[in-house]
Design a protein around this ligand. Structure first.
Ligand code: NOJ
Ligand code: NOJ
Length: 614
C-alpha cells in the first residue's frame, strides 16, 4: 500500500514535469538570450566607447540614444546608478570584463558631484547633488525640469557601497577607503541632511515625498553606517536612518502603499514606484517584517495585488487575463506621458519582486500568511489560510506556494517576452492597446532591469547589505536632519573646488510676446549654455502685465566673472529661434555682494505666431 502510493506520487510528479517542462525551458532559454542582449544594450549606451552614444564622456551612462520625442540624450543620476548597480553585481557574479566600466563611473561621478547646476552648488551645502540630469559630457543642464530629485545620491551611494564591500572582501580596503568612500560620504551627507525635505519623485512629475526615494535613502544610511564602521571612518548623516525608516512606514494606508505623499495630485497613489523601491533594497538575509520593507513584507504583497489588479483593469492588452496571472505593468493608471502605457522595466520588476520574495521565504524556511497578505496568496493558491507555513518536502504546502509564486513571476516574464521585438531591443514603453514598442528606444534602464530580473530568476542574489543591522524606528517620527560635510573626492578625480562663490543675478527683460512664445537667456558660460540654445536658461513670465511685459529668471553666477549674453525668443509652430541683435556683457560682482538685476529691454527683431492651432 505504502509502496504504491509512492509510485503514484512519483508518477504524478514525473508526468507533471513532463508536461510543464517544455514551456519552462522556453522561458529559461528566452531569459538567458535576452539577458545577454540586455547587458550589451546597456553597455552600448555608456561613454566613451558605447556604440550608440558617440559624444558621451567616460563613465557617463546615457538614458537612451533617442534625441527627439523624447530627447533622452542626457545622463540621469538615477538611471546611471541603477545601471551601475546591475553591472557591479554582474562583475561580482563573475563578469570581470566589467571592471573598466566601474572605474570610469567612479571617476565620472566624483567630478559630476562638483558641477554647479540649477539645483545649486556642491559647496558649501551639497545642494547640487540633488540635480537629476546632466549633459552626456558631464556639464550642467539648464532647462526647466522637476528638481531636485533626492533619490540620486542614495542610489549612487548604494551602487558604490556594493563595490566597496566587494573590495574589502577582496583585500582592497585601501581603495575603498581612500578613493570611493569620499564620493559615498558626500552622497550620504546629502541624504542625512535633506531626506525630510520634499523633492520630485522618480517619474520627475510630483513634488512631495516618494516611497522609492525614502526607501533607498533608508538603505543608503543603514548600509553607510556599517561601511563607515568597516573602513574606520565616520558617517555623521547615517544617524538619521531610524527616522527615515520611521517615515517609510507612513506610506501604507492600510490597503496599499501611497507612493507619493505630502502632495495632492489627484491620483490614487497606486504606482509602480512601490515595487521598484522594494527590489532596489532587496536583501536576501532580511526578515520579512523588517522595517526596511522588503519584497516579502505583507504590506508590499498586499500592495502588489492592488497595483497589478489596477493595471489588469487599465490596459486593453491585459483584457481577460485573470487574477493571479501576470500582466503588462506601467507607472500609474492616471499616466498620460507618451500615451500612458506599460513599461518594460516595470513589467520585469514585477517578476523580480516575486522572485525576491520567494528567495527570502526559502532562505528563512518559513512563510507567514497574515490577514494583510491573504488576498495576494488566494489568487495563486486558493486553499491558503492565515497561518505559518514551515518549509517541507516538495509536496508540502510551503513548497507548493513557492512554486505558485514562482510561476506567477514567470508569467510576468512571459508578458515581457510577448512584447519584446525579435531583435531583443528594449524601448521604454509598449502600446497599451497594440503592444507595439514606443517612446525612447534602447532605454538603458529597461536593459538594466531585465538583467537584474534574470539574475534573480537564475538564483543570483547580491550579498546582504545588512538590513538586519537597522535600528528599529522610534515610536513617534521626527523630521530631523544632520548638517552634511561636503568635500570634493579628489583621489577619484574630482577637481579641487573650494567654495564656489556665486552671486545672484536676476535677468529681467521687457519683451512683448504673443501667447505661446517663450524667452531664454543664453551666454558664453556653462551656466548660460555656452551659446547652445537647447541649454539656455528658460525665463518665466509670472510678472508679465499689460503695463510691463517682464520676463525674468534668477541665476547664480560665479563671482567676479565677465559674462557675454543675450536673450532669445522661442517661437511656436517650429519656427526658428529669434536672437537679439545686440551683444550684452555683465561683470558678476565680487563674492559676498547682494543680488543684482539686469533691467534690459529686448533689442532685436520680434516674432509672430505661426497660428498652427492647439
Ligand atoms: C519627462 C519625464 O522624464 C517624464 O517622467 C514625465 O512623465 C514627462 N517629462 C512629463 O512630465
Ligand atoms: C523618464 C522617467 O520617468 C525617469 O524615471 C527617467 O529617469 C528618465 N525618463 C530617463 O530615463
Amino acid at each position: 500500500m505504502r509502496f504504491s502510493v509512492e509510485v503514484i506520487g512519483l508518477l504524478t510528479c514525473f508526468l507533471s514535469q513532463a508536461i510543464a517542462a517544455p514551456g519552462k525551458r522556453d522561458l529559461t532559454s528566452f531569459t538567458a538570450a535576452e539577458r545577454a542582449i540586455a547587458l550589451q544594450g546597456a553597455l552600448n549606451n555608456i561613454g566613451p566607447d558605447g556604440v550608440k552614444v558617440p559624444g558621451a564622456g567616460a563613465g557617463f551612462v546615457v538614458a537612451s540614444p533617442s534625441k527627439v520625442n523624447p530627447d533622452y540624450f542626457y545622463t540621469w543620476t538615477r538611471d546611471s546608478a541603477l545601471t551601475l548597480k546591475m553591472l557591479i553585481d554582474e562583475f561580482i557574479f563573475g563578469n570581470t570584463a566589467l571592471q573598466s566600466y566601474i572605474d570610469d563611473y567612479i571617476h565620472a561621478q566624483a567630478k559630476l558631484q562638483t558641477v554647479s547646476n540649477p539645483s545649486g552648488t556642491f559647496l558649501p551645502a551639497g545642494l547640487g547633488l540633488g540635480e537629476p540630469k546632466f549633459q552626456v559630457d558631464g556639464t550642467r543642464f539648464n532647462g526647466a525640469w522637476g528638481r531636485p530629485q533626492r533619490d540620486g545620491p542614495a542610489l549612487r551611494a548604494i551602487a558604490l557601497m556594493t563595490y566597496s564591500n566587494w573590495l574589502i572582501k577582496n583585500g582592497n580596503s585601501t581603495a575603498a577607503k581612500t578613493i570611493i568612500w569620499p564620493i559615498i560620504a558626500n552622497d550620504l551627507s546629502y541624504v542625512g541632511e535633506y531626506w525630510n525635505q520634499t523633492g520630485f519623485d522618480l517619474w520627475e512629475e510630483t513634488l512631495g515625498s516618494s516611497y522609492f526615494t525614502i526607501q533607498n535613502q533608508a538603505r543608503a544610511l543603514i548600509e553607510g553606517a556599517q561601511l563607515a564602521h568597516d573602513l574606520g571612518v565616520t558617517c555623521p548623516g547615517c544617524v538619521q536612518a531610524p527616522e527615515v525608516l520611521c517615515f517609510l512606514q507612513s506610506f501604507w494606508n492600510g490597503e496599499f502603499i501611497v507612493s507619493n505623499i505630502n502632495i495632492d495630485n489627484g491620483r490614487t497613489g497606486i504606482d509602480g514606484n512601490s515595487i521598484l523601491g522594494p527590489i532596489a533594497i532587496f536583501d536576501i538575509d532580511a526578515y520579512c517584517d523588517s522595517p526596511t520593507m522588503q519584497p516579502c513584507h505583507s504590506n508590499n504583497l498586499a500592495n502588489f495585488k492592488v497595483l497589478i489588479d489596477t493595471f489588469r483593469a487599465t490596459y486593453a492588452i491585459n483584457d481577460g487575463i485573470p487574477e493571479g496571472q501576470g500582466v503588462a505593468v506601467g507607472r500609474y493608471a492616471e499616466d498620460v506621458y507618451m500615451g500612458g502605457n506599460p513599461w518594460y522595466l516595470i513589467t520585469t520588476a514585477a517578476a523580480e519582486f516575486l522572485y525576491d520574495a520567494v528567495a527570502q521565504w526559502k532562505a528563512r524556511h518559513v512563510l507567514i500568511v497574515d490577514s494583510t497578505s491573504l488576498a495576494f496568496f488566494q489568487d495563486i493558491y486558493p486553499s491558503v489560510t492565515v497561518r505559518q507555513y514551515n518549509s517541507g518536502n516538495a509536496n508540502s504546502p510551503f513548497a507548493q506556494i513557492m512554486d505558485a509564486v514562482t510561476a506567477y513571476a514567470d508569467s510576468f516574464v512571459a508578458v515581457a517576452e510577448k512584447y519584446i521585438p525579435s531583435n531583443g531591443s528594449l524601448a521604454e514603453q509598449f502600446n497599451r492597446t497594440t503592444g507595439v514598442p514606443l517612446s525612447a528606444n534602447d532605454l538603458t534602464w529597461s536593459y538594466a532591469a531585465f538583467v537584474t530580473m534574470a539574475q534573480r530568476r537564475a538564483g543570483q542574489y547580491p550579498a546582504s547589505w545588512g538590513s538586519r543591522n537597522a535600528i528599529a524606528p522610534p515610536a513617534t517620527c521626527a523630521g530631523t536632519s544632520t548638517t552634511g560635510v561636503y568635500v570634493p573626492a579628489i583621489a577619484a578625480g574630482a577637481p579641487n573646488v573650494t567654495s564656489t562663490c556665486q552671486v545672484n543675478v536676476i535677468f529681467d527683460v521687457n519683451a512683448t510676446t504673443y501667447y505661446g512664445e517663450n524667452l531664454y537667456v543664453i551666454g558664453d558660460t556653462d551656466d548660460l549654455g555656452v551659446w547652445d540654445v537647447s541649454n539656455s536658461l528658460p525665463m518665466g513670465a509670472g510678472g508679465y502685465t499689460s503695463e510691463r511685459p517682464l520676463w525674468s529668471v534668477s541665476a547664480y553666477l560665479n563671482a567676479g566673472e565677465e559674462v557675454n549674453y543675450k536673450y532669445v525668443r522661442q517661437e511656436d509652430c517650429n519656427q526658428p529661434y529669434i536672437y537679439e541683435t545686440v551683444n550684452r556683457t555683465l561683470t558678476v560682482p565680487a563674492c559676498g555682494s547682494a543680488a543684482i538685476t539686469t533691467n534690459d529691454a529686448w533689442d532685436g527683431p520680434v516674432g509672430t505666431s505661426g497660428n498652427c492651432g492647439s
